[in-house]
Design a protein around this ligand. Structure first.
Ligand code: ATP
Ligand code: MG
Length: 365
């Protein structure tokens, strides 16, 4: 069996460090590992429209932002197919057929969607498209027969839903020769990377919540955001014992710090455990920890920022990359859709045997 990756992001804003540790950094490693036959990276504009119906311009503008973040972070169009969801009309067709395999009550149980409905004040009236987006995500994952989907933890219910659709489809329509491939989620190992909190320490860092450090932020913006980050409200004096639980600065250090960073920027400690021990004992101030975090994040973001500045000089080429990727993705989607329609027995005009058998039936009349 081939090893195929699909993953993507909604063009609702620039990508942030939550995307980076949750998914983007991993994608680049997987891309460069040479272990995958195909890698599809999708800009999910159609999905973004499900909760931005009145703001299509926002989605349109952010396509280029997300694409710039991709190539700047190291996704290479020669190795990965970068494409735009809405340009693959086969995806909506697949979604339409998959809808018959899912019940309303099953969709209502999806914990991520439940949470997002609350955040968007959709409780009184949910757009049907938004409510059903986990089904369209199943189309996104299955069109290219992806078996690996690198995502953040909030996406696990979507992969679960996709697996159910795949099993149901195959068992009803293709029990002998399964058409759809069962995907596996690849989530980050480190707890902090699974769902990076926002700089406000409250919810997950999320484009829609305005609590983000963006990959494209300037060095000054990053520093200002880090220096005003939420830490431990009980840690008033440097000598006070500090708490790590819910302390966002330490959560970010969990996601970013490596032992080598201590050598470079904070040689009082050999590693993060030593720093944490001092903080909980008392005697280590927030400002020192924040400055250390700032150094690390700047080091990680600087090369991405530099590459972005270069790519920004040739925007038409970015659209060309997306066009080429979308053309390639469409070809694959058309092939899968034709297999799906054949399995569902809705391939009337291609089925010569059907036409022959029907004409036999009517010969006697
Ligand atoms: P929106 O608010 O519009 O939903 P978002 O910031 O949640 O935007 P998505 O485009 O929905 O971003 O998510 C893209 C990918 O990034 C998904 O795999 C998701 O799991 C991952 N991701 C998003 N936010 C985080 C985060 N804070 N920590 C870890 N992974 C994240
Ligand atoms: Mg999201």
């Amino acid at each position: 069996m081939s090893n195929i990756i699909l993953t993507g992001d909604r063009p609702t804003g620039r990508l942030h460090i939550g995307h980076y540790v949750g998914s983007l950094r991993r994608r680049v490693e997987l891309q460069n590992s040479g272990e995958y036959d195909k890698i599809y990276i999708m800009i999910a504009d159609a999905q973004a429209l499900t909760d931005n119906v009145d703001n299509p311009e926002k989605v349109r503008q952010n396509i280029i932002e997300v694409a710039l973040d991709y190539v700047s972070a190291g996704l290479d169009p020669a190795k990965s197919t970068l494409f735009i969801q809405s340009q693959i009309s086969e995806l909506t067709e697949l979604t339409f057929y998959y809808m018959n395999l899912v019940t309303v009550s099953r969709l209502q149980r999806n914990p991520t969607v439940k949470n997002e409905i609350q955040l968007r004040n959709f409780e009184a009236s949910i757009p049907v498209g938004f409510f059903t987006y986990p089904i369209s995500q199943a189309a996104d994952i299955t069109f290219c027969k992806a078996n690996v989907v690198p995502v953040g933890e909030d996406q696990l219910p979507m992969i679960e839903q996709t697996k159910e659709i795949v099993h149901k489809f195959n068992s009803i329509y293709a029990p002998e020769n399964p058409v759809l491939v069962d995907p596996k989620a690849l989530i980050p190992e480190a707890e902090a990377c699974k769902r990076l909190p926002g700089t406000d320490g409250k919810a997950k860092m999320s484009k829609s919540l305005g609590n983000c450090i963006y990959l494209a932020d300037s060095a000054d913006e990053v520093r200002t955001k880090i220096m005003s980050m939420y830490t431990d409200p009980l840690h008033l004096q440097v000598s006070d014992p500090g708490h790590l639980e819910g302390n966002t600065v330490f959560t970010y250090l969990d996601a970013f710090a490596r032992d080598e960073h201590f050598e470079r920027y904070c040689s009082d400690y050999a590693n993060l455990d030593e720093m944490k021990a001092h903080y909980t004992k008392g005697g280590l101030g927030d400002v020192k920890v924040k400055k250390f975090l700032n150094n690390i994040i700047q080091e990680e973001l600087e090369p991405i920022r530099e590459r972005r500045a270069a790519y920004e000089k040739d925007i038409p080429e970015i659209y060309n990359i997306l066009k080429r990727g979308s053309d390639a993705a469409r070809e694959v989607a058309a092939q899968t859709l034709s297999e799906v329609k054949q399995a569902m027995k809705i391939d009337y005009f291609e089925d010569i045997e059907l036409i022959r058998a029907q004409s036999e039936r009517y010969k006697g009349f």
